[in-house]
Design a binder for this molecule. Structure first.
Ligand code: DGJ
Length: 737
């Protein structure tokens, strides 16, 4: 069992071949943390790692002989107000107005495998031997409330997952004001905090800052995980690179408002907490009610950032994503959004689809504009039945016609939203989140349906179910194009309003669950104005996510590079679009557009009828290429080599697990005149193997060690011949005997 309880020292040691996590029951009965990091040999007691000192102004956590001072002590699930002045992991308001809590160890249970926490998404095991879990039950005697801390350690991955369940047994009502998923206290502050932040069309940019005394945080109070901050933090040592050094990643499996916070105290300890954002949350618990937090995933690497990301990729691709499509190669699709926007007819759609079929596209996706009275973004949302003026044969007829062309058919929906100009809103004006007598803030002229109400979710499910069951639909793009304002439910009592933000997301998960259960073979791609809800919670239901509305190849390098910190390549929806690019008016070579989109769930987003014959031939070759290598790309091991945030060029590589094959990509931004030499050092290969390397239509053989340590020179003239600015080259590597 990789979880040991040392009765004598009252310590828990969670370990596998790579990591150790050590918890102690402290003198006052609360839980302390002794260690998190690279695996250490087990011993009966690690108490020498406990550090607390009654500093000036410090308070003691018990009567003599207890000398424990919580002020700077590392803890597992701390609370503010009894001598620890840092932000705690939970705040619980009681009937007498007090917020003081004291959760002491009561009991624990160690078991093989991992239990589900549905309806919340979470990582899972397929076989009990893959992981070991421990539930440590803490008890507050005054409230008569339990907090059950669950930890799971995976056998083969340097992963620990955590979540907390509060079970209230007392007669008096309590209110959870803060209920973080986990707290991790570290003994020093010598870290840089890396996070993935940005905005619409520049999601998940890599940002790094040095930790300093005080708070540093990322968060969303938008009702979606957001484009502004992804629910992920990494703490890396100053000298950590992509391939060397220590880093810890923290990722929240949740799609709603969240807070990820790092606090450095006056004595240089570091506290990481992550969970539902407390400012948009207040959860009342009556007697015998319970509350389950989302899961936080912790990944440790002492081999740099790439190893951390590869662990997240493996876990999220194979033990978070689920279902029919999890391990299947994803279809190459063509989406009509940037080809037509909402202005299309059935004839036009079939013309675009036919051309797509001609070059080898496998799935045609009809985007926004097919339903209700939708001719503009101020109408139609909520009316999930076809607009017969545009599509006289309905979705059923169109999907059959597309299938007859020899392609699968997919469709766009935005089920959480309604326009005031819709039949749904006219029938149910009270179904939106809004406060009576107050202004209802529109965004993209639409409003958010109150998914905390079951009847609302039922109604939307009913409409979608009918449309899907009548048609031949194999793919659904589920969009969400605005954030939540006036988060208030017309049917919740005043004291339940603090639950609505979280219940909303539970409603979204409920609709996903119903649709994926009823239609298990439909491939779902989540989306939110591009990548504003690209999070692990969504990946549990939809194995791929539209990465960004910015389809410019050069900008996409940054977005996909940042996204790869946590999310597997199979999850990153990436398309070739037209030039000049619709977001930036920039022109990039067709080859580069494909070279960037190849590193994702690949597709096109343009009208191929508008291309020249030469371009169409190129597209056909791109599709053939991707079909040939997509398994390698989607399921291989991904390495970042050169960061687009650091200079003029970007490079990355994906290698087969057995290192027998790889594809590396090099991209430049501006073409440079009379510039220095270029050399690309690869990674992830076997030193001793000889590889046949094909690039620029030329094949040569090199050993893995040469490719990794000496590198391959790249001729700048050849990049100039590829178009100069924004040129790129792919290297295909195949090990030979
Ligand atoms: C935002 C998405 O990101 C786009 O791809 C497109 O589906 C539009 N919404 C449609 O309204």
């Amino acid at each position: 069992m990789p979880i040991i309880y040392h009765e004598a020292s009252k310590e828990f040691h969670l370990y596998n071949q790579q990591i150790s996590y050590i918890i102690e029951i402290m003198e006052n009965g609360q839980l302390g943390n002794l260690y998190y990091g690279k695996k250490v040999h087990d011993r009966v007691s690690f108490s020498y790692l406990h550090q607390d000192e009654a500093r000036p102004l410090g308070a003691l956590a018990g009567n003599a002989p207890c000398e424990l001072c919580l002020q700077y002590t590392r803890q597992e699930y701390p609370s503010y107000g009894t001598g620890d002045y840092r932000y705690g992991a939970c705040v619980i308001e009681q009937e007498n107005g007090s917020r003081i809590t004291d959760f002491k160890y009561a009991t624990h249970n160690i078991y093989e495998g991992k239990h589900k926490i549905e309806p919340l998404p979470a990582t899972y095991v397929e076989n009990k031997k893959e992981a070991t879990s421990i539930e440590i039950t803490l008890y507050d005697a005054v409230m008569d409330t339990e907090a059950v801390l669950t930890y799971t350690i995976y056998e083969e991955l340097s992963v620990i997952t955590r979540h907390v369940r509060f079970i209230h047994k007392g007669e008096s009502v309590i209110r959870l004001q803060t209920a973080m998923s986990a707290c991790v206290d570290l003994p020093d502050k010598e870290y840089d905090m890396l996070h993935l932040s940005g905005a619409w069309a520049r999601e998940r940019y890599v940002k790094t800052r040095k930790l300093e005394q005080g708070l540093q945080s990322i968060y969303s109070m938008r009702g979606a995980s957001s484009a502004e901050h992804n629910p992920f933090i990494a703490l890396k040592r100053r000298n950590t690179t992509e391939d060397t050094g220590e880093v810890m990643g923290f990722s929240l499996v949740y799609s709603g408002s969240f807070l990820g916070q790092v606090e450095v105290c006056s004595h240089d300890t570091t506290r990481v907490t992550m969970g539902i954002h407390p400012d948009t949350f207040s959860w009342k618990l009556n007697q015998n009610e319970s509350f389950q937090t989302p899961e936080m995933v912790m990944v440790y690497s002492d081999h740099g950032m790439n190893a951390m990301s590869q662990t997240f990729h493996e876990l999220y691709r194979t033990r978070l994503a689920r279902g029919y499509w999890r391990d299947r190669e994803r279809p190459i699709l063509l989406n009509n959004w940037e080809a037509t926007y909402m202005d299309f007819s059935e004839y036009e759609i079939l013309r675009i689809a036919s051309k797509a079929k001609e070059v080898g596209v496998e799935l045609f996706v009809l985007d926004d504009g097919w339903f209700g009275d939708r001719s503009d973004d101020d109408r139609g949302l909520g009316d999930w039945y076809v607009n017969l003026k545009k599509l006289p044969n309905g979705i059923a007829g169109l999907s059959r016609n597309v299938e007859e062309l020899g392609m699968k058919f997919g469709i766009w929906i935005e089920p959480e939203m309604v326009n005031k100009n819709s039949d749904l809103y006219r029938a149910h004006p009270d179904w939106i989140l809004s406060v009576p007598e107050r202004y209802e803030t529109p965004s993209r002229q639409q409003h958010v349906l109150d998914y905390s109400r079951k009847e609302v979710v039922d109604a939307i499910f009913g409409m979608l179910d009918q449309m899907i069951s009548e048609s031949k639909i194999t793919y659904i793009k589920w969009d969400m194009n605005r954030y939540i304002t006036e988060c208030y439910s017309r049917t919740a009592s005043p004291e339940e309003q603090g639950k609505v933000m979280h219940q909303y997301i539970l409603g979204v998960y409920d609709l996903y669950t119903r649709l994926t259960n009823k239609y298990p073979e439909i491939l779902f791609e989540s989306c939110s104005s591009g990548g504003a809800r690209f999070d692990p919670g969504m990946l549990y239901f939809a194995p791929q996510t539209w990465c960004s509305d910015d389809t410019d190849a050069s900008e996409r390098l940054k977005i996909q590079y940042g996204t790869s910190m946590v999310y597997p390549i199979s999850a990153i929806g990436a398309h070739v679009s037209a030039v000049p690019n619709h977001q930036l008016e920039r022109c990039t070579p067709l080859a580069t557009r494909a070279h960037v989109a190849f590193f994702g769930a690949f597709g096109y987003e343009l009208d191929l009828n508008k291309l020249t014959q030469e371009e169409l031939d190129q597209v056909r070759q791109q599709i053939d290429y991707y079909k040939c290598y997509r398994k390698l790309i989607q399921q291989g091991i991904f390495y970042r080599i050169k960061s687009p945030f650091a200079g003029n060029d970007t490079a990355w590589l994906v290698a087969a697990k057995d290192q027998s094959e790889a594809i590396a990509a090099y991209y430049q931004r501006m073409n440079l005149v009379n510039a220095g030499y270029l050399r690309l050092k690869l990674t992830g290969l076997c030193e001793e193997r000889l590889y046949e390397v094909t690039a620029f239509q030329h094949t040569e053989k090199y050993y893995g060690s040469e490719l990794m340590y000496a590198g391959i020179p790249i001729d700048r003239d050849k990049l100039t011949a590829q178009g100069g600015d924004f040129a790129s080259v792919l290297f295909h590597l195949k090990a030979v005997k």
